[in-house]
Write a protein that binds this ligand. Structure first.
Ligand SMILES: [Zn+2]
Length: 287
């Protein structure tokens, strides 16, 4: 099997897995890989990723001009081209709409809290690229802002994008993004996330080299003011200084009896009735 025919078969397999896992519905999503230094092999537009065949793929140049293929390339090709333009190290790009990660993208909540060691090691933080109309020039512009420092990102009100040094590497990052989103959702439903301390996050990022993972972009120095950070140069990771710090302790649901015992020691807890009585007392004393 030639390198090209292997890549065609791999794209079919990745598409099948994405569809089987519910990362795409109908004709959603797209996949591309570098074919040598100046060409791309890409999924065509308007096909279900679960039922592709190797002959369906298109070959384009790096400007998106079709060189070979019966079908037209993906409608999201511009976003892929932008990634390859910005990242010489990237060999493959995967785009899908995995439901939990896309839920975070719709809610406008980035996956940037330091809670899982393996995510910090492989991806770091997962920001949200600003909303842009799919298939337009706006989308590559939104992606450009983050792609230099991130291998995975959410696309606001749209889906997720991951890149890798090979096709399966890019696909596995999509799995990691969706898996991380599911775990984050469960933790937030339970009412708290204990964050990994910044010192440990830095240690984990250093370990990447030992695992043969490309060095991550550094963590932005000031994680409390994401707006001032340059997303092209560093990653915003919500990781408090000092082990055991809790960034989101306030999110504990006091009304949930399952969690009541988790409340911090020394805190005063009141029922709604007790609180109402206290407020009424306070108002009376004001009169
Ligand atoms: Zn899409």
């Amino acid at each position: 099997m030639t390198a090209e025919s292997q890549l065609r078969a791999d794209i079919v397999e990745v598409g099948r897995r994405m569809y089987a896992r519910g990362y795409t519905a109908s004709n959603d999503g797209n996949i591309s890989v570098r074919l040598g230094s100046d060409r791309l092999l890409m999924t065509p537009k308007s096909v279900c990723k679960g039922f592709m065949t190797p002959d369906m793929m298109c070959i384009t140049d790096l400007d998106g001009q079709k060189i070979q293929g019966d079908r037209d390339p993906s409608s999201e090709m511009l976003m892929h081209l932008e990634v390859y333009r910005q990242r010489a190290d990237v060999q493959a790009v995967v785009h899908a709409h995995p439901p939990t990660a896309t839920g975070f993208a719709v809610a406008g909540i980035p996956l940037d809290r330091a809670v899982l060691a393996e995510v910090l090691t492989t991806l770091g933080s997962i920001p949200i690229a600003e909303y842009a109309t799919p298939s337009t020039k706006e989308l590559p512009e939104a992606v450009r802002k983050y792609i230099k420092a991130h291998d995975g990102m959410l696309l606001a009100n749209h889906g997720a994008l991951t890149v890798g040094a090979d096709l399966f590497g890019a696909y596995y990052k999509m799995e990691t993004v969706e898996h991380f989103a599911k775990i984050s959702l469960v933790a937030r439903l339970l009412g708290r996330e204990n964050l990994i301390a910044r010192e440990e996050v830095l240690r984990l990022q250093e370990l990447r080299g030992a695992y043969g993972i490309k060095a991550p972009a550094p963590i932005c120095a000031d994680d409390t003011s994401a707006a001032s950070a340059d997303p092209a140069a560093c990653q915003v990771v919500q990781a408090p200084i000092g082990a055991g710090s809790r960034l989101v302790a306030d999110a504990i649901d006091r009304a949930n009896p399952l969690l009541a015992h988790e409340a911090e020691a020394g805190e005063i807890r009141l029922t709604y009735r007790e609180l109402s009585a206290l407020i009424e007392d306070a108002i009376r004393s004001l009169r």
